[in-house]
Design a protein around this ligand. Sequence first.
Ligand SMILES: [Zn+2]
Ligand SMILES: [Zn+2]
Length: 387
Amino acid sequence: MSNKEEYTYKERLVELDTERQFRIGEGKISGYLSVLLGALSLLAVLAYLYPSVLTTTELRQAYDAEKLQEVLKYGMYFSLFFGSMTHFLKKYRRYGCTGILLTLIAFALGGYKVPVGPVDAQTLSLGVDWLILALLGSAAIFVTLEKLLPKYKNQVILRPEWETDFLYFCFNHLAISAILIYANYHTSHFDWAVSASFQSSFQSLPFLAQFMIVLVAADFVLYWEHRLFHEVKWFWPVHAVHHSVENLDWLAGSRGHFIQVFSERAMVLVPLYLLGPSESVLNVYVVFAALQAVLIHCNTRLSFGPLKYIFVTPQFHHWHHGSEKPAIDTNYGAHLVLFDWLFGTMHMPKQHWPAEYGTTKPLPKSIIGQTIYPLKAVLKMLKTNRA
Ligand SMILES: [Zn+2]
Ligand SMILES: [Zn+2]
């Protein structure tokens, strides 16, 4: 970018929104926690009652359903505890009542004592278990990180449009089995390229070597898929949904059109399928990729020291979401900075961060509006092409 040196960077200003802020002693924190834990408890009890339609076949093997009932027990009691707190604090009682009511329904349906037995696996199911575990895990890790090491101290947890991104988060996790079915179907087209002898020699490599090769191969695919979404005008409206978010945090990365979510997962599976790494490498990669995808959107100043020259960090990906000129169509990498550096699309000014996030043209605010946006945009392009 020739005008990179002349560009004057501005500081991003985030004003404290006292209406949306959580303050200790008001009852708002207790109210929200009661509703959250009550709703998750009810969902968990339903998942225990109907595991074959509400839990994920692949994930069930990774956890002990009986042990998780202990966690559920605490979740239910904490929901009741936080709900009663709102009555003492005299505010947000409606939230407290809702949380208590949800937990009481969960108790009435069997609570944390629903018998756990063998599950009749269904091909297609809803990932309620995946949603609950991911939401509790990510909220605990990343909200703590954002509070301890924030980039923008004034940015509140419930920032504008958090509800939209929360719905995306729910959809992406509930649809996990549909995404995997589609991704596996897509990958089966590459059966002809699979070599058993290659895979067995790949598996004989040390763990770290396998992991790094998997990371490079996956990132190569993700880099080009991402770049095509930006640079092919017919694809951009789909990806613009991900870029329409104007406040970045741990939840913001969930915003993405379903076409993008499905195609991205399907494509990244191809190099993994061809390489055929050992199971432990694959599991570590899946966890690494999931955590990194959330982390790079986080509102955190955590810089990762010299690791920022290898891996995609929050600052690197925040620039990808920047709407300032030098940042447009840069930093496509998902895991590594390697391909942006190699193909000349890197934008990483040392100490600066973007002043603005979002798309240059505004998108609809609702999830339905955003879902049909690409169709409308493509029809509009076809019309202008014909005229
Ligand atoms: Zn992008
Ligand atoms: Zn992003």
